[in-house]
Write a protein that binds this ligand. Structure first.
Ligand code: S3P
Length: 464
């Protein structure tokens, strides 16, 4: 597509018209994990040698990362049927892009690449769409600046970001104020280019794909107790294990092969869909079940869901399994706070499970939802009330009462996961649900409506 065609496509509005009722049955494989797909391109590009990737997510977010590295001189063949070959240029082989890099809707791409680019010799500007241009970047700018990076943003810390090259980075020992895998990963990627040790402590466990994949590329990454390593410039790592992750700069990444598992965040829509409807029985094959990602399964099981995991195996350092879900009567719960970061992307659809459960479900400690692709607390509260569900937003969460879902019109506000979650609500609604502004479903789950329909849903995709 040329620029004009791209603009035209962006101007097109996609509306999902979802017929009420139904159940889900069948065996499917959802597209590849978005977080792992981004990281496979980034580390493949920085590695020495050729990295072959299968199961890559051909969604707009991961493609934005792929295009960014092409623009910095990395030869990438594919994607063809989710397969790619990345010809790594080594840690110091990236070239200055000719123009600024547009990362579309992807917060992961922008935050991780800020760290990775902070240690380069050239300047680069990162831009994004309307949603990304409103997202907070101070959370990476501040610690990266402490490491020696020079990054300009708008005065309120939002994109575009201009990263000035040629800086000398030094490792830091950083305690994150929020539980964020994106911040942790950004600092670890900067740490590859820094002198000495870079350590990041998290207030709660977050997804650990960066650490696992770095190890897969032959890089040493260790966990330590919070109070260890007072001297970040130390050239050796302490020996005790704990909750802080550290690496030493100046190593090398060796190319490897990566098989990206199915995205549990995409599987979550069908997991909830099968839970909330009678006569459902769905098996999702080859899904990533990394313990730092399975909050949605843990929360639904606490609500009484019938979910079993079989064929558990390890694929390139990531746990994978087949998830079978059958109909169940859910009950409202108080969601345990330690599960929040482990299910952070799944709350829009967990709210649908809560709407179909008996009694109240209470979520607290999830203020991060307010700064995702949309304010997911407010936008979901509005969408749920529009279809007749009693939902009370709070500063850091929501209280949802099990209710009848009547149907109606909702606005996803351009947020892919809200569009998909509200389409799942239609499986239990009495009248159709029409969802506006659904084009961004393609950022994480191209082919969502087709796959949902193959399992028994009835979503019509209208382009206007
Ligand atoms: C991601 C981390 C999460 C998640 C995002 C992807 C990642 O964000 O919401 O969709 O790939 O590291 P935070 O780490 O900011 O919570």
């Amino acid at each position: 597509m040329n620029n004009v065609q791209q603009e035209n496509a962006q101007q097109k509005k996609i509306i999902f018209s979802c017929q009420p009722g139904g159940c889900l049955t069948g065996v499917i494989r959802v597209p590849g994990d978005k977080s792992i797909s981004h990281r496979s391109i980034m580390l493949g590009a920085l590695a020495e040698g050729r990295t072959h990737i299968t199961g890559f997510l051909e969604g707009e977010d991961a493609i934005a990362t792929l295009n960014a590295f092409r623009a910095m001189g990395v030869k990438i063949e594919g994607p063809n049927d989710a397969e790619l070959t990345v010809h790594g240029v080594g840690l110091h082989g990236l070239k200055a892009p000719v123009e600024s890099i547009d990362l579309g809707n992807s917060g992961t791409a922008m935050r991780l690449m800020s760290g990775l680019l902070a240690g380069q010799q050239f300047n680069v500007t990162l831009t994004g769409d309307a949603s990304l241009s409103k997202r907070p970047m101070k959370r990476v700018i501040e610690p990266l600046t402490k490491m020696g990076a020079v990054i300009d943003s708008k005065p309120d810390g939002t994109p575009p970001l201009t990263i000035s090259g040629g800086q000398k980075l030094t490792g830091i020992d950083y305690v994150m104020p929020m539980a964020s895998a994106q911040v942790k990963s950004s600092l670890l990627l900067a740490g590859l280019f820094a002198e000495g040790a870079t350590c990041v402590a998290e207030p709660a466990t977050t997804r650990d794909h960066t650490e696992r994949m770095l190890k897969g590329f032959g890089y040493t990454v260790e966990n330590y107790p919070l109070n260890s390593l007072s001297n970040p410039l130390s050239n050796s790592l302490p020996t005790k294990k704990g909750t802080k992750v550290c690496l030493l700069g100046g190593g090398k990444l060796k190319a490897t092969n990566i098989d990206v598992p199915g995205d549990i965040s995409s599987a979550a829509f069908f997991i909830v869909g099968a839970c909330i409807t009678n006569n459902s029985d769905v098996t999702l094959q080859h899904v990533g079940i990394n313990p730092t990602r399975i909050g949605v399964v843990n929360i639904l099981r606490l609500m009484g869901a019938d979910i079993s995991i079989s064929n558990e195996r390890d694929i390139g350092g990531e746990p994978v399994g087949d998830i079978r879900v059958r109909s169940s009567q859910l009950k409202g719960i108080i969601i345990p706070k330690d599960q929040v970061p482990l299910a952070i992307d799944e709350f829009p659809v967990i709210f649908i499970a809560a709407a179909c459960a008996e009694g109240d479900t209470v979520l607290e400690g999830a203020e991060e939802l307010r700064v995702k692709e949309s304010d997911r607390i407010q936008v979901m509260a509005d969408a749920l009330s529009n279809v007749g569900v009693k939902a009370r937003p709070t500063v850091d969460g929501m209280v949802i009462s099990g209710s009848e879902i009547k149907g109606g019109e909702v606005d996803s506000c351009g947020d892919h996961r809200i569009a998909m979650a509200m389409s799942i609500a239609a499986l239990r609604s009495q009248a159709p649900i029409t969802i506006h502004d659904c084009a961004n479903v393609n950022t994480s789950f191209p082919g969502f409506a087709k796959m949902a329909n193959s399992l028994g849903h009835n979503i019509r995709v209208n382009v206007v």
